[in-house]
Design a protein around this ligand. Structure first.
Ligand SMILES: C[S@@+](CC[C@H](N)C(=O)[O-])C[C@H]1O[C@@H](n2cnc3c(N)ncnc32)[C@H](O)[C@@H]1O
Length: 337
């Protein structure tokens, strides 16, 4: 039932995009702002955003899933800090979505892995390098070991597992070797450059380091396209991103939306300040269709853009479906059983 429903949603979404009546294909719900890490590049743990209780969180999920979204991601903050996480994931799954999670993995132990494996189609664990590098970036010692343990537990329950690595000046030279080592451990890897955009000087690696990483990633993409789960053009764009010259490729509020911990509907997962509506009480579908002259939509227009897999990556797949979409979609949709 689910694969057929999912394929229908993807096809309908694609046709609507082509007919210039886009509906979101990807939604991300940051279920909590709380986090157990202190990552150097992340703002979430520094802010105190209230979160919705279970019933209202389910109403927000219903409102967005009713738009026929095929891919629904639960993130945060750290999503596993919510005890009702799998209840929320089941709600999204009941709409026929493919349900994924982004996690640092630290809270995924023996007692929790079964409930996670039962509902999540895909889990992406954050790993930015080997132990010394990763723990330093995450700000908490022991994080690397816990993330690796989480990956093993998930794999033992036959969940599809990927790794997301953020490309920074602190890990760029060791990423190729690190990614090589991951090949035997996970199903796929994603890479994305450190944000914000345009990057401040302290976030900018040397041009030589960027060029060497790109050489490696493009070779990997050619030899094992399914393992590096981002479009080729997305990788090629890293050089322009770090020079502050990336083109704006944006379908915020069209191909992707997000829900923040307090239930606000955001135009995209990249900007927590671009609010379009209240996902719990507002009419989400109308807000997206009408594209009113609101502050939120004005902010979408004036945004300088970003280079994230969940925004630009999705746009690239949809704009150029023959090139890589089938590969990426089959990666996302091929279930463990
Ligand atoms: C915000 S985290 C939330 C989920 C979970 N706590 C985790 O660490 O995976 C989602 C992803 O965004 C990445 N991320 C956080 N801050 C970032 C930044 N400034 N630039 C690029 N990626 C970032 C994280 O490394 C992680 O892979």
């Amino acid at each position: 039932m689910k694969p057929r429903q999912l394929t229908a949603k993807i096809l309908t979404g694609f046709l609507k995009f082509k007919a210039k009546r886009p509906t979101p294909l990807f939604a991300s719900y940051n279920v909590t702002g709380r986090c157990n890490m202190r990552c150097v590049f992340c703002e979430w743990w520094k802010t105190d955003t209230p979160e919705l209780p279970t019933k209202k969180a389910m109403a927000a999920i219903d409102a967005v899933c009713n738009l026929s979204v095929p891919f629904f991601d639960l993130s945060g903050g750290e999503p596993l800090l919510r005890r009702d996480l799998t209840t929320l994931a089941k709600r999204a799954a009941s709409h026929g979505c493919l349900v994924s999670m982004n996690t640092n993995g630290a809270l995924l132990n023996e007692s929790r892995v079964s409930e996670v494996a039962d509902v999540f189609d895909l889990v992406v664990v954050s790993l930015d390098g080997p132990k010394r590098v990763h723990d330093k970036i995450r700000g908490v010692e022991g994080t690397y070991d816990k993330a690796v343990e989480a990956i093993k537990l998930l794999k033992s329950r036959r969940v599809r597992v990927g790794v997301n690595s953020v490309v920074t000046p602190w890990n760029i030279t060791i990423l190729p070797q690190f990614i090589e080592e991951l090949r035997s451990q996970v199903d796929f890897v994603q890479v994305q450059p450190i944000h914000p955009y345009p990057p401040p000087a302290e976030n900018t690696p040397s041009e030589k380091a960027v060029s060497q990483l790109l050489d490696y990633l493009l070779r990997l993409k050619r030899s094992n396209p399914g393992f590096l789960a981002v479009p080729t053009d997305f990788i090629k764009g890293f050089e322009a991103f770090f020079r502050g010259e990336a083109p704006k490729i944006c379908h915020a509020g069209e191909l992707y939306v997000a829900i923040d911990p307090s239930g606000k509907l955001l135009a995209c997962p990249a900007r927590s300040d671009i609010v379009l509506a209240d996902a719990v009480s507002g009419s989400v579908g109308d807000v997206l269709k009408e594209k009113r002259d609101s502050e939120g939509w004005r902010k979408v227009s004036s945004c300088r853009g970003c280079w994230l897999e969940c925004t630009v990556g999705v746009s690239m797949v949809l704009e150029n479906p023959l090139k890589e979409a089938s590969q990426l979609i089959s990666l996302w949709t091929s279930r463990k059983d």
